[in-house]
Design a protein around this ligand. Structure first.
Ligand code: NAP
Length: 326
């Protein structure tokens, strides 16, 4: 008798879940039947999912380890094609229809081949933007947008960006330049030529950073954005920028609050900037669609290799963005 492998039903598709708190080894791929979208929801055939440091931090235990939150579904952003809509599927850009190419942010469980998301989280994908790029635009872009708005970056400002070659960093330097600012960006020397291509004056982080920055640009320094969270980035920002209202951190909230600089994001006491970040979404899509904002995706991994993608981003030296492809 010939044995045959039973075929999976077509509506069963892979989803990445964290089954425990720990390192990337706790990530597992399960097969799940895609749900039907409810009121105000759409189902998306995901073409790429954006990878962010928060994705591994969430299940690492460093942000709490409540067992009730398991299994956890990582992935705050994805891009794909709408395959079904529930009743009242009207998003911020109008009615959502089957066949629409969309960017989904902010969502839960973006590491999946099929995703049911609130239509409020959907932004039309600009046709010129590739899937991996679309999946990496919103979280980093909205964070950078918030940081520039919170520090009121404008024409003629000189802005120091710590971590300029990372996901948020490359967004921040481009958006600051488009506001007419001069940008000095810290990165390891291997990234300096790339930063120059973005119109940034590069400086290597490490010992003597404040002097290196002074040597690279005349100053005065109007704004500093800490996109790294190191003591060095915070201390040098305080040393070089006189007005603490014009220094922001997205990764050292506790120190930021102690020092009276702007702490941005979801941490305790930080400014989440929810409205501002939501309002940034169509602007980010427009700029990316026009080619005025580049999303640099340096690495892609198959969805099933999410753990490898997390090991890569945990290294702390990602250039631009990482995307998962179902
Ligand atoms: N608060 C919020 O709302 C919010 C939102 C998004 C992200 N975040 C947090 O912000 C941080 C950055 O996020 P991301 O997505 O941009 O991460 P990322 O892409 O992983 O950032 C990696 C970048 O950091 C640079 N870097 C590493 N060590 C550095 C140092 N000591 N000094 C200067 N640069 C250094 C690396 O440069 P080299 O490769 O040249 O070393 C690399 O370009 C993460 O901690 C993330 O969790 C917070």
């Amino acid at each position: 008798m010939r044995l045959t492998t039973p075929l999976l039903p077509v509506d069963v598709s892979p989803v990445v879940v964290a089954t425990a708190y720990g390192g990337p080894e706790v990530l597992t791929v399960i097969d799940e039947t895609a749900a039907e979208p409810g009121p105000g929801q759409a189902r998306i055939d995901v073409r790429a999912s954006g990878v962010n440091p928060i994705d591994y931090k969430a299940y690492s235990g460093s942000m709490g380890s409540d067992p009730a939150r398991l299994p956890m579904r990582p992935g705050f952003e994805a891009a794909g094609v709408v395959t079904a809509v529930g009743p009242d599927a009207v998003g911020p850009a109008g009615p959502v229809e089957v066949g629409d190419e969309v960017i989904a942010y902010r969502v839960t469980g973006g590491y999946a081949a099929q995703l049911v998301a609130p239509v409020q989280a959907l932004t039309p994908k600009p046709p010129s933007l590739g899937w991996p790029e679309a999946s990496g635009l919103m979280l980093a872009g909205a964070t950078a947008w918030h940081a520039l708005a919170a520090t009121n970056v404008g024409s003629g400002d000189t802005v120091l960006v710590h971590g300029a070659s990372g996901g948020v960093g490359l967004m921040a330097v481009q958006l600051a330049r488009s506001r007419g600012a001069t940008v000095i960006g810290t990165a390891s020397p291997a990234r300096h030529d790339l930063l120059r291509d973005f119109g940034v004056i590069p400086v290597a982080y490490g010992t003597g950073l404040a002097d290196q920055v002074r040597a690279a640009a005349p100053g005065p320094f109007d704004v500093a954005l800490d996109l790294v969270g190191s003591d060095e980035a915070v201390d040098v920002s305080i040393e070089l920028v006189a007005d603490r209202n014009r220094i922001a951190t997205i990764a050292a909230a506790r120190r930021g609050l102690e020092l009276g600089i702007k702490a941005l994001g979801g941490g305790p006491g930080a400014d989440p900037g929810t409205e501002l970040r939501n309002a940034a979404r169509p602007q980010l899509a427009r700029l990316a669609g026009e080619g005025a904002l580049l999303v640099l995706v340096s690495q892609t991994f198959p969805l099933a290799a999410a753990a490898a993608a997390h090991r890569a981003i945990m290294d702390g030296h990602t250039l631009g963005k990482i995307a998962l492809i179902p």
